[in-house]
Design a binder for this molecule. Structure first.
Ligand code: FAD
Length: 493
């Protein structure tokens, strides 16, 4: 076994990339399976290409003078995404928050896996690389080198943190399934070989690399199942790496007909590894179950990622408030007290997220590795609340939209032989038919379509199983003083 790797094999790039370079990078040998066929070229596939193009457009904004200073910073004379900034002050934390929020506004939060999400995790692992020295100095150095590689090449990462659940009782005990879970099957001087499956790579087919890190939720047992305890990053195009996708929700409709799914269809895929080779320089934890359990929390990657998440969810909730207001105004319902009350509920949620973000950023503090991080508790509160808020936000869109969500003829009906009917019978007090249909097609795409259903599932689960996260929150909550007050009252003579 040769784990040491003093040689720097990951070559640094020139800084932020142009969208066209990202798209060209997807034209590799990646093995993506969708609708029963192997995808020849992600950038040409009807179900995948438009979201990649959307992302390419976002990448171009990084060099647009209007956004550049907000979403990038200078590191060693290169322009780097702000999400890679290792915060050395409260102002840096706020700057990171502004960049997260800016990225999220570009898709109004519909694109969950913009690159800043995983950049936040890599940056935290870099800032706290010292922790990885527990497994050997070379692993910490690998992480430091990988950070510079990812940042200067502006890589887009997805992640697959979980083993598929085969037997719930066993997975609850932190045990892996030997036939299914991803494990190391061989190692040599150059690296490790892994086989098995991982869940669930959002944006996987449209990403450059897949972070295969240890979810803290796996609760591994000390000293056992060593071959399942690792952290590495592999290119999506690694030989033997296969992604098996769900159905696509981009049905090649126009932006008018499908305003969200025609733009933001980030695919989800189960990742299968068949003897995939991972060179040592891409390995960061190896045969360390205990370190796997602790890593995300101890180096504050979970907090840094929650910071990106609260900014994104704020942008999404704001957009839904805007949509509800536009829907109500269209028919004059916005003057009705009950309708106002309904929309105010969405406003309460939005303002809760804004306050939690503000509280977390204003209470930024130095962690044990010298990096400034936002306060965890408000962020943790938001990540536990939003999976409950989002289904209610969508319910509000359905309640307010009602049959208007079905009164949605297609763009072609505006010009074909039924166009006169469409023009006459689909108007509302404050909107002509064409604009009314466009508005309610948007509401439909968000709250009724396959794309919309997947968004709701995503918000429920993407950060982990809710009851497990609630239980972690309970454990971390500082409740002693509150309990003491109850005891004091009960003990009063
Ligand atoms: C749209 C979507 C996108 C996603 N994208 C990603 C991604 O990009 N990367 C990634 O790594 N993951 C991703 N996930 C996976 C996500 O992390 C998991 O769905 C989530 O952690 C739940 O795990 P599971 O799906 O295996 O469900 P299960 O673990 O089978 O959980 C199902 C139910 O059982 C409960 N449960 C689970 N464990 C326990 C326990 N120990 N005790 C009691 N109850 C329990 C859960 O709360 C849940 O209600 C995504 C999921 C979705 C739906």
């Amino acid at each position: 076994m040769k784990k040491s790797n003093t040689e720097k094999k990951l070559i640094e790039g020139a800084g932020v990339r142009k969208g066209v370079d990202y798209l060209n990078g997807l034209k590799d040998d990646r093995e993506i399976w969708l609708h029963g066929e192997r995808v020849k070229d992600v950038t040409e596939h009807d179900g995948l290409k438009r979201s990649a193009e959307t992302l390419a457009g976002f990448m171009d904004k990084q060099t647009d003078p209007e956004y550049q200073d907000k979403v990038t910073f200078e590191l060693n004379e290169k322009r780097i995404a702000t999400s890679f900034l290792v915060a050395k002050s409260k102002d840096d934390v706020i700057k990171r928050g502004e960049a997260f929020y800016e990225w999220a506004k570009w898709s109004n939060g519909m694109f969950g896996r913009t690159p800043d999400y995983k950049n936040a995790s890599i940056t935290a692992f870099y800032g706290g690389a010292e922790l990885l020295e527990e497994g050997g100095k070379e692993f910490a150095n690998n992480m430091r080198n990988y950070y510079h590689y990812a940042a200067t090449n502006d890589k887009i990462l997805t992640h697959s943190l979980l083993n598929p659940t085969v037997n719930f009782e066993l997975s609850k005990q932190g045990k892996s399934d030997k036939d299914v879970s991803l494990k190391v099957v061989k190692e040599n001087d150059a690296g490790i070989f892994v086989s098995g499956a991982r869940l669930l790579a959002t944006l996987g087919p449209q990403a450059d690399e897949v972070e295969v890190f240890p979810s803290t939720l796996l609760n591994r047992q000390k000293g056992s199942d060593l071959e399942y305890a690792f952290a590495f990053v592999a290119p999506v195009a690694s030989p033997g790496l296969r992604m098996i996708c769900r159905d696509t929700y981009d049905h090649a409709k126009s932006h008018y007909d499908a305003p969200l799914s025609s733009r933001y269809e980030e695919m989800d895929a189960v990742v299968i590894f068949k003897n995939v080779f991972v060179p040592w320089e891409r390995v960061f934890i190896y045969r360390e179950p205990d370190l796997c359990n602790r890593a995300f929390a101890q180096n504050n990657a979970v907090t840094q990622m929650m910071h990106q998440v609260v900014c994104g969810k704020l942008a999404k909730a704001e957009f839904i408030v805007g949509l509800l207001c536009a829907m109500a105004k269209a028919s004059g319902k916005d003057k009705d007290m009950a309708i106002k009350g309904l929309i105010a509920e969405a406003m309460f949620m939005t303002e809760t997220l804004r306050s939690l973000r503000f509280y977390a950023e204003q209470n930024a503090h130095k962690d044990e590795y010298g990096t400034y991080i936002p306060l965890r508790r408000p962020l943790d509160t938001s990540r536990n609340l939003f999976p409950k808020m989002y289904p209610r936000l969508i319910e509000l869109v359905q309640i307010l939209g009602s049959s208007s969500l079905m009164a949605t003829p297609s763009e072609r009906d505006l010009t074909n032989e039924i166009a006169d009917d469409v023009s006459q019978y689909f108007q509302l007090q404050n909107l002509q038919s064409k604009e009314r249909i466009a508005l309610f097609r948007l509401a439909h795409d968000l709250s009724v379509s396959g794309f919309g259903g997947r968004q709701t599932l995503y918000e429920r689960y993407f950060f982990g199983p809710p009851n497990v996260m609630h239980s972690i929150y309970f454990d971390l909550y500082n409740k002693d003083e509150m309990i003491e007050r109850v005891d004091n009252l009960l003990n009063e003579a």
